[in-house]
Design a protein. Sequence first.
Length: 169
Amino acid sequence: MIGTRESDRKALLEEELILVRNSGEIPEIALHASLYFLSEDEDGPHLTLRDDERRLLYQAALARAKEIVLRDLDPRNRDLRIYRGVARSLVNWRRLQAFCGRINGQCPGFRETVARALLAFLDNELLEVRAGRRTSSVNCGVGDLEAFCFELALETTSLPAGWTSLCPE
């Protein structure tokens, strides 16, 4: 597809943006698959991506990665098949941080968003567990939760009283 028209180029990029944005658990893999397809794949269009096009693909992967981090801190998801728990949110947070480092990307304000989501999740979890409406869905130990808080610059003293009772032994 050498000499791809601008409208074709735009359509190809839009398709790949949709794939990356709606990718599964590891959006960085979808990103690299799209970059490969667009630029190097034998059956691909062999585009030389401009910086702005590359940036759009990175932003789509970052948006999906952020969504995945927050998914497991949303109490509404606890009983759904997509839910993986606080432990998985921590793994995905670390994966996002590493990805940002590799692409020199940033997620301004996202650390605070995750910290607020974690606090709200723990508040809600304690409320429901204490009321006998459910057993705790927190699937990480106290040490892991403290490490998550540290990475979020969240003081454990700001966690709700009794939060350690939510963690498995």
